[in-house]
Design a binder for this molecule. Structure first.
Ligand SMILES: Nc1nc2c(ncn2[C@@H]2O[C@H](COP(=O)(O)OP(=O)(O)OP(=O)(O)O)[C@@H](O)[C@H]2O)c(=O)[nH]1
Length: 269
């Protein structure tokens, strides 16, 4: 009887153990399931987060590109601005053998009168139209810059002087032959310019840098203005050693011409 009771107790204990094992297994299964569920949820969230970050990165990159574009463009005409020129020249400075190029500085004649007579909006329309005409005449590797209010700077890549002369002639004609039409108003426009090569007359650029060379183009432009406008004065070389001409090239182009220190010619429209 005692042995039977003992066996029953053992069997009961075995049953309880089995029951416990079963419950443990179920618990383990639940934990595994929960773990898988949690991992899946985390994976989904991670993928979503990754996509979000990627989208925002793309947006940032796009905005950055736009900002970069805007920082080197003039908002009215879409042309390059001064900063673009400074960047181009800084790059040029780093090149071991900088390419020959030319600077053509242009300024619309009597632009103040256009504004006063036809209105500021008409003046803006003239700037936009002239920008288009200038751009149409330039090659892809050349820069058209809005240098100031009604001033443009072309950085040309045409080694032949005849090609430059042809361009100047065409440019004067293309600006003046067709008046700009704006809201029923017909606005006649002419332009004046000053031209020079960079480097100038083989003078190394560390000695005569682009800013100083451009000053000469500015003086040549001034000559075009005082000599009647609708023309371009081109400074194409030196007739005397640079050291001799240098003082004149800083502020007195007329003196350099008078003293026959430079090669120059005029193209009239
Ligand atoms: N409409 C318009 N006018 C501008 C802009 N920027 C500058 N200006 C005007 O351009 C005019 C420039 O005039 P001036 O420098 O006196 O020269 P100008 O009348 O062209 O005379 P010359 O250069 O001697 O032929 C000024 O009246 C400026 O207000 C612009 O973005 N839009």
């Amino acid at each position: 009887m005692k042995a039977q009771t003992q066996r029953i107790t053992i069997l009961q204990q075995q049953n309880e153990l089995q029951q416990q094992l079963l419950e443990n297994k179920q618990l383990q299964q639940r934990i595994t399931l929960l773990f898988i569920l949690l991992m899946s949820l985390a994976a989904v969230m991670l993928v979503q987060l990754y996509r979000k970050v990627r989208r925002s990165n793309l947006r940032l990159r796009e905005m950055n590109k736009q900002l970069e574009y805007q920082s080197i463009r003039d908002p009215l005409t879409g042309l390059f601005n001064r900063r673009a020129m400074q960047e181009k020249m800084a790059k040029r400075h780093q090149e071991p053998q900088a390419e020959h190029c030319s600077l053509l500085l242009l300024d619309i004649d009597f632009f103040k009168h256009i504004n006063d007579h036809y209105g500021h909006a008409a003046g803006d329309a003239v700037l936009v139209e002239i920008s288009k005409r200038l751009s149409a005449l330039c090659q892809e590797n050349e820069l058209v810059i809005r240098w100031g209010g009604e001033e443009f700077l072309l950085v040309l890549q045409r080694p032949q002087q005849t090609a430059i002369d042809d361009l100047c002639q065409t440019l004067l004609r293309k600006v003046s032959e067709l008046p700009v039409e704006f809201e029923g108003k017909t606005i006649p426009v002419t332009i004046s310019g000053g031209f020079i090569n960079l480097p100038f007359a083989g003078v190394p650029e560390h000695q005569f840098n682009w800013e100083r060379v451009l000053q000469v183009a500015d003086m040549a432009l001034y000559l075009s203005k005082v000599n009647g406008r609708n023309q371009i004065n081109l400074v194409t070389g030196l007739r005397v050693p640079f050291s001799e001409a240098e003082p004149h090239l800083q502020s007195d182009l007329s003196g350099a011409i008078r003293e026959q220190m430079i090669h120059y010619h005029t193209i009239a429209g």
